[in-house]
Design a protein around this ligand. Structure first.
Ligand SMILES: Nc1ncnc2c1ncn2[C@@H]1O[C@H](COP(=O)(O)OP(=O)(O)OP(=O)(O)O)[C@@H](O)[C@H]1O
Ligand SMILES: [Mg+2]
Length: 205
């Protein structure tokens, strides 16, 4: 197979370890390349994806993984690229919660989709590392609705990954991760008063 040339202007986001580009052959897929010490996380992510693929989960709130292609920046992992209903690349919950205005405009959809994400993760027994707002995309449908899609940091780093194989342990682990996520939202967006009151009302059960 031919090597994929990644152009700087097609970059859609960057984290601490990876850069994410639009796939030049398919606008609905993205390619992630490691730019700083992310090999171990990438290996764990791909192993966990293989495990989920075998289990035949539904992919409503998780991008599918399509394997690795060689690129001008090294090996690139190919995933669904999450786009809003209007075709724009989806923005993270961090982006929405940093703005009181965007939170207010999209409040119902943001909170309803997070509640649905929690239900999804628990019902499919999907295990994550820390859950962070920068790693969840709000796939905006319209003013009142959207889907929360988790794009990074799934998997289990335990030496003996009981939670991955046993729902009871999975539920215990994910309850802890979810509660930490809510606590993080309370700490990092303490100035977003609308978010804070709604968190207490809707997401603290
Ligand atoms: N499937 C996707 N669809 C749309 N945008 C995405 C997708 N995956 C990643 N992005 C964008 O690219 C950014 C970086 O991707 P990602 O979070 O996977 O990198 P990372 O370096 O592993 O992050 P971290 O700093 O959390 O370790 C995301 O914050 C998001 O803005
Ligand atoms: Mg990330």
């Amino acid at each position: 197979m031919e090597m994929i040339e990644l152009k700087p202007e097609t970059m859609i986001g960057k984290g601490l370890h990876r850069e994410c580009y639009v796939h030049p052959d398919n606008p609905n897929r993205c390619i992630k390349v490691v730019v700083l010490r992310g090999e171990e996380e990438t290996r764990r992510e791909q192993a966990y994806y293989k495990f989920l693929q075998k289990r035949q989960i539904t992919w409503e709130m998780l991008p599918q993984f399509y394997g690795v292609e060689s690129t001008s920046m090294g090996p690139g992992a190919v995933f669904d690229l999450i786009r809003d209903a209007d075709g724009e690349v989806g923005k993270t919950f961090e982006y929405y919660f940093e703005s009181a205005e965007l939170t207010e405009k999209n409040l119902i959809g943001l909170l309803t989709s997070l509640q649905a994400l929690k239900t999804y993760l628990f019902s499919q027994n999907i295990i994550t590392m820390s859950i962070k707002p920068k790693n969840i995309i709000y796939q905006r449908q319209d003013e009142r609705s959207g889907v929360a899609v988790i794009i990074d940091n799934i998997g289990n780093s335990d030496a003996i990954p009981l939670a991955s194989h046993c729902r009871t342990f999975g539920k215990i682990k994910m309850t802890r991760k979810w509660n930490k996520f809510i606590a993080l939202l309370q700490k990092d967006y303490s100035e977003n008063s609308l978010l804070q009151t709604q968190l207490v009302n809707k997401l603290l059960d």
